[in-house]
Design a protein. Structure first.
Length: 507
């Protein structure tokens, strides 16, 4: 089975709009927040504005302004977001890259796990479904289901941070394992982290990251050799959320990013949860569990989405710093300009990575193409080590200026403070309220608890630091790059010996 080509006239459009998306969240899913079960996700103050930020993305799919920028038609005639379908050429990848950028600009790069993130994996199920053997039909059906509606999917790949010095099979009380199966499906228990944005998604993809899978052994870990989908409202699935920065936000004026872009992370717990057979991709198969991550094309593609997103985020930060130094009157200082110039160069480096990824793809599954593995790995390493430098530049250039602010928007409404604030809180060329508003935004981006979570996210979202470095080395060895590098040195060594030059052009 593969995608059957249809003429353009057969195009079908079943994409969700924003209202449909918001309604789809209120399905009775079990989410716990501050000791209470959340009743209506789309209206709860811990999730409401983030949900509406995602709904804005779905509405854009239907707006004439973005027609041709956001969507494309797959071989079957199905209309979908351009990154939700397989790419068969560099032009397809470039269109997908640009569609990602359109969506990311709605959140200024501050939401990483938007629906296009998991599309990096789901699109590959169209061409790669045969990898899943007896469950190949499930994989293809999930591609169609996901792409036709642009379903918002999250994933959980990481085991809880406990007893990692022990074999996984010895930690079955914590790690996701199969309890039993019957004619309905499989029953699983255990926990996974970090289910970013999961409260706002339709379905969870449950699998293993590359580091965990590599340690699995045939004959020992079959009960944990699982890859499957599970709907958010499935009985036995519960989310235990961390503190919500949206919930704690004092007002949009005081926390303009946290109050609408918090992708609430959660621990996902499975308590004898039923996974229907049609949702299973890998069951008790250690070798496939080891291979799917590398063979799916997900690594190549998710780094494209992440790199585009971080590029947009840096564009926002460059604008933020430019306005910040203008407000302090330091914009013409040479040292300040050099720091901003570094940010500009970082942004351009990131965008160059995306251009390389879409312009020089490699063969993917079937007839598809994906960004070159080595380029994706290099981008991944650069991205996860870039954000701390962005924050460092802000800290050095703006120094204490972001702390020169007020406790809350209520101070602006206090007549007794009006003259004082107007005199002492103005910026260079800015009235007091505008200067305070700008620096509240800077604080939320770089110094708040929301900002601290983003720093942790940017550093660790694609694996531990060792793995980020070991993967490029291993792939250079597997793909022959390391041999080429050695041969270059061998050529140099062959140019001379103890008696002098051997190279003919030097004799």
């Amino acid at each position: 089975m593969s995608i059957k080509e249809k003429p353009a006239a057969a195009e079908t459009n079943n994409l969700m709009n924003g209202a449909e998306y918001l309604a789809s969240l209120n399905d009775g899913r079990e989410i716990w927040f501050r000791g209470e079960r959340v009743d209506k996700v789309s209206e709860h103050p811990a999730f409401r504005n983030a949900a509406r930020s995602i709904a804005r993305l779905y509405d854009a799919l239907h707006e004439p302004e973005f027609h041709g920028q956001l969507t494309g038609v797959d071989k079957s005639g199905m209309l979908t977001h351009a990154f939700f379908k397989p790419a068969y050429s560099a032009d397809d990848l470039r269109a997908a890259r640009d569609a990602i950028a359109v969506w990311q600009r709605f959140a200024y790069g501050w939401m990483g796990r938007t629906p296009d993130y998991k599309a990096a994996f789901m699109a590959q199920l169209a061409e790669g479904h045969q990898f899943y053997g007896d469950y190949a039909d499930n994989a293809f059906a999930w591609y169609t289901k996901c792409a036709s509606r642009c379903l918002f999917m999250n994933h959980v790949l990481i085991d809880p941070p406990v007893d990692r010095n022990r074999p996984r099979v010895d930690v079955r009380d914590q790690y996701v394992s199969v309890e039993k199966d019957d004619d309905r499906g499989i029953y699983v228990s255990g926990a996974k982290m970090v289910a970013t944005g999961s409260a706002l998604t339709h379905t969870t993809f449950v699998g293993l990251n590359s580091g965990t899978a590599a340690r699995m052994e045939t004959g020992r870990d079959e009960d944990m050799a699982l890859v499957f989908f599970i709907d958010m409202d499935a009985p036995g699935v519960k989310l235990i959320s961390r503190s919500s920065y949206e919930f704690d936000a004092h007002s949009p004026f005081d926390a303009p990013l946290a109050s609408r872009f918090d992708e609430n992370d959660a621990v996902m717990v499975f308590e004898n949860a039923l996974v229907p057979w049609e949702n299973v991709l890998i069951y008790r198969d250690v070798e496939r569990s080891k291979g799917f991550y590398a063979d799916s094309g997900f690594f190549n593609r998710f780094n494209l989405q992440s790199c585009v997103r971080l590029t947009i985020k840096l564009e926002f930060c460059i604008g933020l710093l430019l306005k910040g130094v203008e407000a302090t009157g330091t914009g013409d200082f040479r040292g300040v300009q050099t720091q901003i110039g570094e940010l500009v160069a970082m942004r351009d480096t990131l965008w160059s990575f995306t251009t390389a990824m879409v312009s020089e793809p490699e063969q993917g599954i079937g007839n598809s193409v994906v960004p070159k593995l080595q380029t994706a790995a290099a981008a991944r390493l650069y991205m996860t080590n870039a954000w701390h430098r962005v924050r460092e530049i802000f800290e050095c250039v703006l120094a204490g200026a972001p702390t020169y602010t007020i406790s809350g928007v209520e101070d602006l409404r206090q007549p007794a403070l009006s003259n004082t604030l107007e005199r002492y809180y103005r910026g260079t060329g800015l009235e007091a309220q505008e200067r305070i508003k700008l620096f509240k935004l800077i604080w939320d981006a770089m110094y708040s608890e929301f900002a601290g979570r983003h720093a942790l996210y940017e550093r660790n979202y694609s694996g531990n630091q060792d793995q980020q470095r070991l993967d490029p080395l291993r792939w250079s060895q597997i793909r022959g790059d390391a041999d080429r590098y050695r041969s270059l040195v061998d050529e140099c060594l062959a140019d001379y010996d103890a008696d002098g030059w051997v190279a003919k052009h030097l004799l």
